[in-house]
Structure formats: C-alpha cells, structure tokens
Design a protein around this ligand. Structure first.
Ligand code: MEV
Length: 364
C-alpha cells in the first residue's frame, strides 16, 4: 500500500488584493488529507466505482500520471472540511500526486532531464511515455517523489477543475508546508522559490521562516456558509469598476501584508495580530465580510492578538491568532461557529508508506 498526505492552508494576509498583484501570505495548517493507493481489479474511490466527473482533481492526475496503468483502489481520508477555503482540494491533489508518482517511479535521463518534471521546464508537466535509453536510471517509491512536481501538478489540476483560473497559493502551500508568500515581484528578504505562470498571469513564490512564531495558535471558525470564491472575486471587481477609489484599499492591504511579513520574520506576534485585524477592516470595506463572519470575529477578538476573515469571504471561515486557543475556540463556538485549532506552518507533503511500490512499472 502506498500512502501520502498533505496539509490544508489558510490565508493570513492579502486575499483579494493578490488578484491585483499585491503580496499574499498563507500558512499550512495541522489538518491534512491522506491518500491511500492499492492495486485492485477495477477503479474504486472510497469503495465506490470511480466516477471521473465527481472527482475532477483525481481524474486529471490519473490522466497525467497513470495513463494506461492498472486499476487502483483509492482511499481518501482527512480532517479538512471541504469547500471551506482551507485548501482541501489542493491538499488532496498534492497527496494524490505524491502517491501516484511514488507508485509508478520516475525515470531520470543522464543529462539531468527527469520524467514528469524538471526545473528546466517549470511550466510543463510531461506526461507521455518515455523510452528507456542506455544510461537512464529509474527511482522507485518515496525517492521518486518531488515536492515541486506535486506543487506544479496540483496547480495544473486546480486550474483544470476551476475552468482555467487558479493561483499557485494553495498548491504551493499544501505541497511545501510552512508559510508561503505570493507576489507579482520578487520580495526582498524572503526565500524566493520559483516563478509560476498560468495563461498571462505570473507569480513569484517565496517561503518565510516561521521559526520565531512559537506559543501562538490559529483558531479557525467556520460560518458553515458556502460562498463560491468566483462570486466574491467578481463582487470586488465590480466594486472597483464603479468606485475606482477603492483601489486604495487593495494597495493598503499590500502594505499591511508586507508589515505582517516582517513581523512574522521577527516573531513579533502582537504586530502580526494587529496587521491581521487591520487587513480584516480593509476586506470589510471591500464588501466581502458578512454578518455571520462579523459575529464570530467579535466573539474571538477579546482573547486574540488578531482576527480576520480568511479566503474569499462572504461566508466560509475566519481566523483568530491567539495564545489561548481553548478560550478563543469556546467563544467562537458559543457564537455559532465550528472551530479547528492549528499551529502556524505545518509540515508539507509527506510519503507515509511506499510499501510494495512500484504498483506499476511503465519503464519495464
Ligand atoms: C481565495 O482563497 C483567495 C482570493 O484572493 C482569490 C484568489 O486569490 O484567487 C479571494
């Protein structure tokens, strides 16, 4: 059995403004998705017949990594609530790409080209069969898995499932873990990882060292309201159209996010919290909060360093940065929210078992 897992994510700073090129910051959370693969006589997902239209992310990965391979039984478990802005589909896709790559191995050419992914081709995933030549080597099991490839594949399948639009925020955070900053330019003082491009948009992806952020937790409060991201993004776009002065809010979110990043680097969590609350006021002024979010935010504020909505808004989740997660969580629950508690910056993708790999050896 092959098993891999990946964390969910939440956005600390910069949602919506990132659509206009401002920096955004996300952290990986303790809640994860696990994917388990076993050979089977037919395609199954959680014991049921696999229906591609019900699992577009898995189907897109199957086409890229398992074309012509034997049928699998796929088991998906995890504690990230779906459709809540916490990256459940990206975490699932990262874990599934790791498990599939682990299950088929990877061929390496002696001139530094690798099947499926190479740094020389950052925007492409090669998915055709390779001819094994003299000098080629093949890696099997966990060794064949590459975190960048999982991030690239996940970005590609998220774009496929979302009709061509997806930023690499979720895919990079769920693959690499820790804390990820996206911007339209390379940000000084951060660890630049790579550029990502989709259609005409490009992003610079960085990681941030969170080693100085001990003793604080995130309490995530869900309103239980499902508000599609596309609607909230369209709402902000039409607001900016009718009221161009609101671009000041977008630019100020960028300034606040940069202040939040330098506070994170210093481990100054009081300032991180203040910046989060300020970010929320700006989001509210863009019209993406709602009474239910405001009520959870007011309930959490007295015991928190900072509070804000996270993700697209209009429903979905809020987050509270706190040193007293139990009390903050109780306050949110009393106000009608469902809570999850997490540290900041969980570990990224892991291969938890590669027993029996490869399950399919296309190189033979
Ligand atoms: C949604 O999680 C984040 C938004 O900024 C949309 C996006 O970045 O694509 C609202």
């Amino acid at each position: 059995m092959v098993q891999a897992s990946a964390p969910g994510k939440c956005i600390l700073f910069g949602e919506h403004a990132v659509v206009y090129g401002q920096p955004a910051v996300a952290v990986a959370i303790d809640q994860r998705m696990n994917v388990n693969l076993e050979l089977n006589s037919d395609w199954r997902i959680d014991g049921m017949t696999f229906q591609p239209e019900r699992h577009p992310h898995v189907e897109a990965l199957k086409q890229r990594l398992w074309d012509g391979g034997p049928p699998l039984s796929i088991k998906i478990t995890g504690d990230i609530p779906p459709a809540s802005g916490l990256g459940s589909s990206a975490a699932l896709s990262v874990a599934a790409s790791a498990a599939l790559r682990c299950s088929r191995g990877r061929q390496l050419k002696d001139d530094d080209w690798a099947e499926g992914y190479t740094a020389a081709r950052p925007n492409n995933v090669y998915d055709g069969p390779w001819d094994v030549e003299k000098g080629d080597t093949v890696e099997y099991g966990a060794e064949a898995v590459d975190v960048d490839e999982c991030a690239i594949l996940t970005h590609a399948v998220e774009a496929y499932a979302q009709g061509g639009r997806a930023s690499p925020m979720d895919s990079s955070t769920c693959a690499h873990g820790g804390c990820i900053v996206l911007s339209d330019k390379v940000e000084e003082g951060l660890n630049w990882l790579y550029s990502r491009k989709l259609n005409d948009v490009s992003w610079e992806v960085h990681s941030v060292d969170l080693s100085k952020t001990d003793d604080v937790w995130l309490v995530i409060g869900s309103t239980g309201i499902h508000a599609p991201t596309s609607e909230q993004v369209a709402k902000v776009a039409s607001l900016l159209d009718t009221n161009p002065a609101k671009m000041t809010e977008i630019e100020t979110i960028g300034i606040v996010a940069r202040r939040g990043i330098s506070a994170l680097l210093k481990g100054d969590m009081e300032s991180v919290g203040r910046a989060m609350s300020e970010n929320h006021l700006l989001l509210r002024s863009l019209g993406v909060s709602c009474p239910e979010l405001e009520s959870l935010i007011s309930a959490a504020a007295p015991t928190s360093l900072g509070v804000k909505l996270t993700g697209a808004g209009g429903g979905g989740c809020m987050i509270a940065l706190t040193r007293d997660p139990k009390t903050t969580s109780e306050a949110i629950e009393l106000a009608g929210g469902r809570t999850l508690i997490s540290k900041l910056g969980a570990a990224g993708m892991t291969v938890d078992s590669d027993q029996g790999a490869p399950l399919w050896d296309p190189h033979e």
